[in-house]
Design a binder for this molecule. Structure first.
Ligand SMILES: O=C(O)CCC(=O)C(=O)O
Ligand SMILES: [Fe+2]
Length: 290
């Protein structure tokens, strides 16, 4: 653990830290300047992400889709290999090595909770308040994730304003049974969830009757869409496993009010340590001595 605590001043110091960490890309700086000037976002590091060497648009596959709605209040669409091989692997590596990751800790009912996976998040709720209204500054969605969001929107006939990412570094990383049914998502939210990297079990169970289940083995490139009554009546989880390699999950959601922005940055960025995946290992970004 890092003995020095970074100062909690996300509107200024986090930005400075990230900027120092990523460096500035002069190549795409000019190209994006106009876009940034118009941006609502305080977080300015859209320019810091590398230009991808792959073309997502060439590898989107919506042919293998299946609606699953044969159980009480379950309403899913499962797109097998939504991103085809080998672009799924390139996207996995790109996200793993380009995004800032966090291992969030928070207190709930006087208990210290350590989130058992790496997380990061981008986006802003529908109301698009000025950055200072929020508890933490919203971050503009990196271009690759914007392109992906656009493709997922077309495939699922829904729109999203948030991209949440989870990185499960091993079988010990997990997400326990929960539903994404927060009030700020509105009624019957559509949540689209893309899997990249190693396969993992995805378990679902009905809230009223836990014997009613729906399980998947999610593989790289698969897109699972949960919609309609699903969040209200079902729980989902990624259980721990003895053996599993790295997996990234990217979820697309639509938050209606500022509470959603505050919630997502609190639980997916927090105030903590920045990690980056460098030379094959998750590396802590240590603050420089001042
Ligand atoms: O990793 C996954 O497939 C699920 C992630 C999830 O349920 C969540 O972030 O709310
Ligand atoms: Fe979830």
């Amino acid at each position: 653990m890092c003995s020095r605590k970074r100062k909690v001043s996300p509107h200024s110091s986090t930005n400075t830290d990230l900027h120092r960490f990523f460096g500035q890309s002069t190549v795409i700086k000019k190209k994006l300047k106009q876009q940034l000037d118009r941006s609502l976002f305080v977080y300015p590091f859209l320019t810091a992400y590398p230009i991808p060497t792959f073309d997502l648009s060439l590898s989107i596959n919506v042919k293998q889709q299946k609606v699953i709605n044969d159980k009480p209040q379950l309403d899913l669409i499962y797109f097998k290999s939504f991103i085809q091989s080998s672009t799924d692997q390139e996207l996995y590596i790109y996200l793993l090595t380009s995004l800032p990751w966090y291992r969030v800790e928070y207190t709930k009912e006087n208990l210290k909770i350590s989130t058992p996976r790496y997380t990061t998040v981008f986006g802003i709720d529908e109301t698009k308040q000025p950055a200072e209204v929020y508890q933490r500054p919203p971050r503009e969605i990196p271009l690759v994730l914007q392109e992906l969001k656009d493709r997922v929107e077309r495939a699922t006939s829904a729109t999203y304003n948030f991209v949440l990412c989870n990185y499960y570094s091993s079988g010990n990383d997990s997400i326990s049974y929960h539903s994404d049914d927060e009030r700020f998502l509105g009624v019957k939210p559509t949540i689209a969830s893309l899997s990249l990297g190693s396969q993992r079990d995805f378990y679902m169970k009905n809230k009223q009757d836990a014997k009613i289940t729906q399980n998947f083995l999610l593989e790289s490139g698969d897109l699972l869409v949960m919609r309609g009554e699903t969040q209200a009546h079902w729980l989902h989880s990624i259980p721990k496993r003895t053996h599993a390699q790295g997996r990234i999950n990217v979820t697309f959601r639509r938050a209606m009010i500022p509470e959603g922005t505050n919630n997502y940055y609190k639980y997916n960025v927090g105030d903590g340590q920045i990690f980056r995946f460098l030379n094959g290992i998750m590396t802590k970004y240590e603050e420089e001595e001042s």
